[in-house]
Design a protein around this ligand. Structure first.
Ligand SMILES: NC(=O)c1ccc[n+]([C@@H]2O[C@H](COP(=O)([O-])OP(=O)(O)OC[C@H]3O[C@@H](n4cnc5c(N)ncnc54)[C@H](O)[C@@H]3O)[C@@H](O)[C@H]2O)c1
Ligand SMILES: O=C(O)[C@H](O)COP(=O)(O)O
Length: 528
């Protein structure tokens, strides 16, 4: 059945065309982004959800999204999505981090000019027939100091443009490296240094607990008298009440805001303040940016739903469309190794160790580890997938270790997974053969070669004559056909293991009878 996607926000037509061309069924219902109850009523029907900022994907929406696999944000900010809730439910959240960055940077520059020259107010006055030539005295921006709070994608584009406009640019961004600052031609400063020196301040950070009210009443006091403030990032970065007071007192000469604490902003304390320029969250609203983000989000969602490729996900490692065909058999192997060990584990897991040897060590091991953890945790939990498994492991204090090494031993490449519990360590290794099928190559350090089918039986026993005959008779008496039978042992007469595929479920009484055989230590049915 074709995957189904809902677009619940205003998105360029380009997205619909892409979905259709990729064989994805798409419903374009932008009104649902503003109608939570209507969204809740239908969200269960969809595998994918494409949004902008109007749709609030709350915990409640996620709980109702029983089939949802991916949420794609056509844009940058994902503060309207409850990512922890999505992750816990195994839903990928992706955005399009670059598609609207230039457009938004241009908006910030446009806002800076608007407020420096009071263009919106002068426009209103002129069209009202007032011709107030002396009222609208502006300031030049050439030679002025621009302070950027946040110098990531958008901040750096603003920096480049501002340098082109002959401004001196300061940047406060704890994650900006000295090399990057040098490349951009900006001076890296601390926040107080920026506040004290900037003639214009422009904000370009996400809204986090650290950045909320980063421009507080206290911060405003540290700015130069006559400073201008531009916010095209997120409402909440600036204390709106404190800014209103600073505009009224004339300490802040002007402010230009595209974003507000409450949106849509129908009323706001900043409305009507002297030299206040406002736009209704238009930062990303150009034809070019909207086409970019719509195309990108539709490609990303389709790639995931159709081919399993993951890009720009915020809660899962990326898997490119190019690497997906080569990676997928190893993803399956990692998950099966995890599932093998997970099904045999009955006590609390302390750690999961993954050893990637040979070619697989060069692959996307973050994705493989996520798959392995999925396998380990699936027997213990109801719903877990590659999105939720790493965070579930973290929440449960399961230590995850990855080791990568070159080729060793008989196999060109292999993955070895070890589960550590209070009682023991259990390891299982496997590889992918030329036919693309995963194979087990070692269990508990004992070599063997076995494929995995839907119904398997795993036995540990003493390597003594008579075991195979008696075991085979028990299965035969129960009408269970053996599809494959693989054996391994440490040494003649030592510890032995048997891993066999059977055509159907082995009844509990047969398992009990096998387990009662004198040389048998453990019998476990395994499902894959
Ligand atoms: N107005 C709009 O329509 C519009 C459009 C696009 C993006 N945005 C918003 O613009 C903001 C920036 O987007 P981006 O693509 O540049 O993001 P980005 O992640 O590339 O850059 C954000 C930068 O902020 C920095 N940062 C994080 N915490 C900080 C802190 N405490 N102090 C200082 N710097 C800090 C990060 O190191 C990073 O370099 C986001 O909030 C995004 O949602 C708004
Ligand atoms: O984070 C973003 O990408 C911007 O805020 C744009 O939001 P929008 O897509 O709702 O215009």
């Amino acid at each position: 059945m074709a995957p189904r996607v809902l677009i619940s926000d205003q998105l360029s037509d380009a997205a619909i065309q892409i979905f259709k061309s990729r064989g994805v069924e798409v419903d374009f219902r932008p009104e649902l982004g503003k109608d939570r109850d209507a969204l809740l009523a239908v969200i269960g029907l969809y595998d994918g959800l494409a949004i902008r900022s109007a749709t609030k994907v709350t915990e409640k929406v996620i709980a109702a999204a029983t089939n949802l696999k991916v949420i794609g944000r056509a844009g940058i900010g994902v503060d309207n999505v409850d990512i922890p809730a999505a992750t816990a439910k195994g839903i990928i959240v992706m955005n399009t981090p670059f598609g609207n960055a230039i457009t938004t940077a241009e908006h910030a520059i446009a806002m800076m000019f608007s407020v420096a020259r009071q263009i919106p107010e002068a426009n209103g006055s002129t069209q009202a027939g007032k011709w107030e030539k002396t009222r609208f005295m502006g300031v030049e921006i050439t030679g002025k100091v621009l302070g950027l709070i946040g110098c990531g994608n958008i901040g750096s584009i603003v920096a480049e443009r501002a340098i082109g406009l002959k401004m001196k640019v300061l940047a406060y961004d704890p994650f900006l490296t000295a090399e990057r600052a040098l490349d951009l031609g900006v001076e890296k400063v601390d926040l107080d240094g920026l506040l004290a020196r900037a003639d214009f301040i422009s904000l370009h950070t996400p809204l986090t607990e650290k950045t909320r009210n980063i421009i507080s009443a206290d911060a405003l006091q540290k700015t130069k008298r006559g400073v201008y403030l531009i916010n095209c990032a997120r409402g909440g970065l600036v204390d709106e009440h404190a800014l209103r007071a600073a505009l009224d007192s004339g300490h802040v000469a002007g402010a230009a805001f595209d974003v507000f604490v409450e949106e849509p902003a129908k009323e706001n304390v900043l409305f009507g303040a002297p030299n206040m320029v406002c736009t209704p969250h238009l930062g990303a609203s150009t034809t070019e940016a909207q086409e970019n983000v719509a195309l990108q989000v539709a490609e990303q969602i389709s790639d995931y739903l159709v081919a399993g490729a993951v890009s720009n996900a915020l809660n899962m490692p990326s898997i490119t469309a190019e690497e997906a065909p080569r990676l997928v058999p190893f993803v399956r192997l990692a998950e099966q190794l995890g599932s093998f060990a997970g099904q045999l584990t009955e006590t609390g897991i302390k750690a999961v160790r993954l050893e990637y040897a040979g070619a697989v060590a060069e692959m996307n091991t973050r994705a493989l580890t996520a798959a392995a953890l999925t396998g380990v945790l699936t027997p213990l939990l109801q719903t877990v997938n590659m999105v939720s498994a790493p965070s579930i492991a973290r929440d449960r204090n399961i230590q995850v270790e990855e080791v990568r090494r070159g080729q060793t031993g008989a196999y060109e490449t292999y993955i070895r997974l070890t589960v550590v519990t209070d009682r023991q360590e259990r390891s299982v290794a496997g590889t992918v053969f030329g036919d693309g099928k995963p194979r087990i190559i070692q269990v508990k350090g004992i070599n063997m070669e076995a494929g995995l089918g839907p119904h398997m039986v795993y036995i540990t026993n003493e390597d003594k004559p008579g075991f195979i005959g008696r075991f085979g008779s028990l299965l035969g008496d129960a009408g269970i056909n053996i599809a494959t039978f693989n054996l391994g042992r440490t040494e003649p007469g030592g510890d032995a293991i048997a891993l066999l595929e059977v055509d159907g479920e082995v009844p509990a009484d047969t398992l009990a009878a096998i387990s009662a055989l004198p040389m048998v230590k453990q019998v476990k049915p395994l499902r894959f």
